[in-house]
Structures are given as structure tokens and as C-alpha cells.
Ligand binder design. Sequence first.
Ligand code: CIR
Length: 256
Amino acid sequence: MFRTAVVRRPARSLAAGITSSPHLGAPDYDRALGQHDAYIRALEACGVSVTVLEALEEFPDSCFVEDTAVCLRDRAVLSNPGAPSRTGEVEEMERALRSFFPSDRIYRIREPGTLEGGDVLRTDTEFFVGLSGRTNKEGAIQLLTLLRDWGIPGQAVPVPGILHLKTGMSLVHGGRLLVTEEFADYPPFRAFEKILVPTEEAYAANCLWVNGNVIVPAGYPGVRRAVEGLGCRVLEVDTSEFRKIDGGLTCLSLLF
Ligand code: CIR
């Protein structure tokens, strides 16, 4: 059960965020703010208390707070983003997380390790840490070692040609995984019941499970139908402006 969410308001500089999809155009700041408001309302409707941090103009990608830390109920691990323009976001998040965790319960991923939270998938049984262009082996080992010391199992998995592990999969109701084609037969996830996302809806593989509800991105009817079929409550939030700079639903919050 998640009680708390931490989000950060999108900056006006959002349009300068890193993107692999320039053909989608630049995000519209006002529309992004409206979508962010709706995201906060959806989280609240799922029963979490939302802390909203101020925008950071010097960091265009800073609304994607998921990448800056991995939070458990009683401790947090600050990340070390593989994208150099995002490194400074971590210090800002550390300040915010101090209101939730004692300082001796805040850990960090250190050089030469890099890790972004978008590569960390938590399932009911274990953690998976994606090895991507943003998270390297050293960063993954540092996180997995901490988790192991805390009695939590986990493993590193290669991420095939997408931004983060959770760009292509997310945990939905009943411990199932919503996955894109690349992960349909991926050996590390063999034991999971999976729901395959149609290729044309690949962006919607990133949904957000919160306390028995699933938040889905607006505009992906196949994924919406599939998730509704699981018998949980489905909430829809439009993320079109965040998508333009490779952001999805999980990226926009830290939940614990
Ligand atoms: C980036 O490339 O870092 C941002 N434009 C998007 C980050 C998305 N974060 C996530 O998937 N966890």
C-alpha cells in the first residue's frame, strides 16, 4: 500500500528536455501543467497523499522524479542519473526526501555507477534493474547489493534499445506485467503472467499501479481494455506533452 507520492511541477524549460522523438514536437507548457494537475488528482483518488515540489527551471527533465531515487517504505536510495544534464536533480530530491526519511536511511548510488529509477521495476517478489543507456552494471550492482543486505531479492536485466526498462513494461493488477513485444518472451520474466501491448500502443506499456488502481495514459484503447479486463479500477490521465520528451506515467512520481 502506498501512502505518499512526491511529484515535481514541470518547469517552463520543459521543451528543452531530452527526447528521442523530436518529430512529436515540443511540449506545450500550459497543457503539461494541466496534465500534471490531473495526474496529481488521479494519485489522490488512489488514496495517496501527494507532496508537490516546486519546478526547477535549470533542469528541464526534473518533473520526471522517478529517475532520481528508489524509495521503499522506510528508506530511499538516491540515484546517479546516466544523463549528465540530470545529475543535479538528485541533490534537490535529497533535500525533499529528508522530510520523509532519516538521514541514515538515505543511501546513494555512486560513481562510476549510474542508475535511473525508470530502470527499476519492483514486482511482488523481487526487483529488476535494467541495464540501459542510463543505468550501468556498476550502478545496478550497487542497488542490488543494498537490496540484498535488506533481504530483498533482485537481478539485473539487459534493456533492449529503449530508454528505460519501464519504458517497455510495468506492473499492473494481480502481479501481472504489461509488456511490449520485446519482453513477451524475455527469459527473466518467464514466471510472470503477461499482457502484451499492441505495437502501435507501445507507449502505454508504462502504466502506474497504485493501491489496486491502474492509471493508464489517455488515447490507448487496447491497453485500457486489457487493464479493465483485470477487474481493477482504471483511471485515465493524458500524458501527451510528457510523451514528447519520452516521459510516461511512472516517471512523474516517487511512491512509497
Ligand atoms: C529523459 O530522457 O531523461 C527524460 N526526457 C525522460 C525521462 C523519463 N523517465 C522515465 O521513464 N522514468
